[in-house]
Design a protein around this ligand. Structure first.
Ligand SMILES: [Mg+2]
Length: 277
């Protein structure tokens, strides 16, 4: 598929399509082997520490803290918030409030969704470092590996990035530029399970942990398969009600890779029936 789509592809929408086919083929392969995907792929450890990924950039402070309390009530032991408001002072006020609310050592990540130039990102990272986020995510555009390297070096915060990278080679370039501490491939757009696993091993060879973006019911398998796993992102899209066996968290805030054959994700057709056209 990569070669047949090479002229117009090499990433972008072609990678989304390749990912879908690749995921389906791996699911079939694991089902034929009567194995859960995580075991077929390496079978390292079924327990994966999860964090709640909020989409909250424009929430007023009270709503941000209410969402955070809700995530704590759900059992999350790590939380990510958005940054990148018009003024850095607003970001700092929000991070300070979250740090105060969560306590000194609670794992808190911040995600800028590419909103800054490199100089702005360096200034923001320096100012945020006293709140000790686990990482600063996507400080600038994914097309600038060298800029990521400067942010990582001069900003003083670990950098997470990768949800907008669509090939193994883009990860290679970002890692080679020293621009990422937590590579964050998304199995639904990087080329599927085949490429995700290669990125995880590339990260391992560079002494880096691996994390994931979205699609947590699939990613729990992939992180459970590799020894350099870090956090699983759990997105708050609320798709659980359409899935037959949605993920549950343990008391320690871990997601557990299931024993069902394949990726084990089935739709709840009853839950979906209200949308039947
Ligand atoms: Mg993100």
């Amino acid at each position: 598929m990569w070669w047949h789509l090479h002229y117009a592809g090499r990433g972008g929408p072609a990678s989304f399509a390749i990912s879908a086919v690749d995921i389906a083929l791996w699911d079939l392969k694991a089902k034929r082997a009567e194995q859960p995907l995580w075991r077929l792929l390496g079978g390292h450890d079924t327990n994966v520490l999860a964090y709640a990924g909020g989409i909250d950039l424009f929430f007023p402070l009270d709503k941000l803290l209410a969402q955070t309390q809700d995530n704590l009530d759900k059992g999350f032991k790590a939380i990510k918030m958005k940054v990148g408001r018009d003024n850095l002072s607003e970001d700092l006020e929000r991070i300070a409030a979250m740090r105060d609310f969560l306590g000194t050592d609670f794992p808190l990540m911040v995600d800028a969704n590419m909103r800054w130039r490199v100089d702005q990102a360096i200034r923001a990272a320096k100012a945020m470092s006293k709140y000790r986020p686990v990482w600063l995510e996507e400080p600038t555009i994914p097309d600038d590996p060298i800029g990521h390297g400067r942010i990582a070096q001069m900003g003083g915060l670990p950098i997470a990035a990768g949800e907008n990278l669509h090939s193994l080679y883009e990860f290679r370039n970002l890692i080679a530029a020293g621009g990422v501490d937590f590579p964050e491939p998304d199995v639904s757009n990087c080329g599927g399970i085949t490429v995700w696993m290669k990125v995880a091993h590339l990260a391992e060879a560079n002494n880096l942990p691996i994390t994931s973006h979205g699609v947590h019911d699939l990613h729990v398998h992939l992180l459970a398969a590799v020894s350099n796993k870090s956090y699983l992102e759990v997105h708050g899209f609320g798709l659980e009600r359409f899935i037959a066996n949605p993920m549950v968290l343990t008391e320690t805030g871990h997601a557990v890779a299931p024993e069902r054959p394949g990726h084990g994700v089935e739709f709840d057709w009853n839950g979906l029936s209200v949308y039947r056209a």
